[in-house]
Design a binder for this molecule. Structure first.
Ligand SMILES: C[C@@H](O)[C@H](N)C(=O)O
Ligand SMILES: C[C@@H](O)[C@H](N)C(=O)O
Lengths: 157, 157
């Protein structure tokens, strides 16, 4: 049996920024990430789900130490965007399941979500690809979630 | 200067499924992806943004040829989920910018979004990590978006 999942990484150094109800039209993402980059804040993960009523929410993560500066930049940018609101979470944790063929090997995603569910951990954001499953959980759940995933994938010491 | 972006891949073989207004509590993602997996449908990408009012939306992509079967599975699953609705898009295209240090090398994200914006392409979903930026666009924009990104990253023949 292939060793599909090679590692589960816990990152507690990030914070989430969400701009809710942005216009879902060309140019918005470019404006946001240009402003953040020009402010010297590095973006790690971006998550945007499908919009409706021509609006969508745009979330991204930055180093926790840069959260306040990032919020200043974004607040300035969206100050004249009708209906857009800013929210953030300085108490998040990012768990990353890494490996190969995560999609094509059945059961990895289900096992991850089942392990988190069994541990009572709520999944706040999800961002996956074939080689990397990312889930955001509350920092208060981080250790428990990390242990649950390590155990689920047989990576415990 | 490092060659940071190595490839821009276009995938027109996927379809998107979105369950709107699912309960944002432990166990929901596990139920969805267990049901889909048990139905023999392979999931490629999962995107979930942060919830509000204890609800969130859950999107994922599957091979276009499996869309109808997937919708049957999900409809059955959510039939007694109060307020949850199912939507889908059989006409999406997934563009993936691949490379190394996409986050730590400044400008890659901004360049991608600016190129798509300049081409008039709307970004429907975003799913990124340090080694892979994924954006979903309309299939009618696929060729134009692919060309714009190849050009933006100097990968044109
Ligand atoms: C929301 C944002 O991604 C927008 N759809 C854009 O294309 O820039
Ligand atoms: C929406 C879904 O991800 C839910 N929060 C869960 O943990 O399963």
């Amino acid at each position: 049996e292939d060793i599909v999942v090679s590692d589960v990484h816990l990152d507690e150094q990030q914070a989430r920024v969400t701009i809710r109800r942005v216009q879902d039209r060309p140019g918005i993402a470019a404006e946001v990430f240009t402003a953040v980059a020009e402010g010297g804040v590095m973006v790690d993960m971006i998550v945007q789900n499908v919009g409706h009523d021509e609006l969508t929410d745009l979330s991204f993560t930055v180093p926790r130490v840069d959260l306040e500066r990032c919020l200043l930049l974004v607040r300035e940018l969206i100050s004249d965007w009708p209906g857009a609101t800013l929210s953030y979470d300085g108490e998040m944790a990012l768990l990353t399941v890494m490996g190969i063929g995560l999609r094509s090997h059945t059961g990895v995603g289900e096992r991850m979500f089942r392990a988190l569910s069994d541990a009572g951990v709520n999944v706040q954001l999800v961002n996956t690809s074939e080689i990397r499953f990312g889930v955001v959980v509350a920092r208060t759940d981080a250790a428990k979630a990390h242990q649950a995933l390590l155990a689920a994938f047989g990576l415990q010491a």
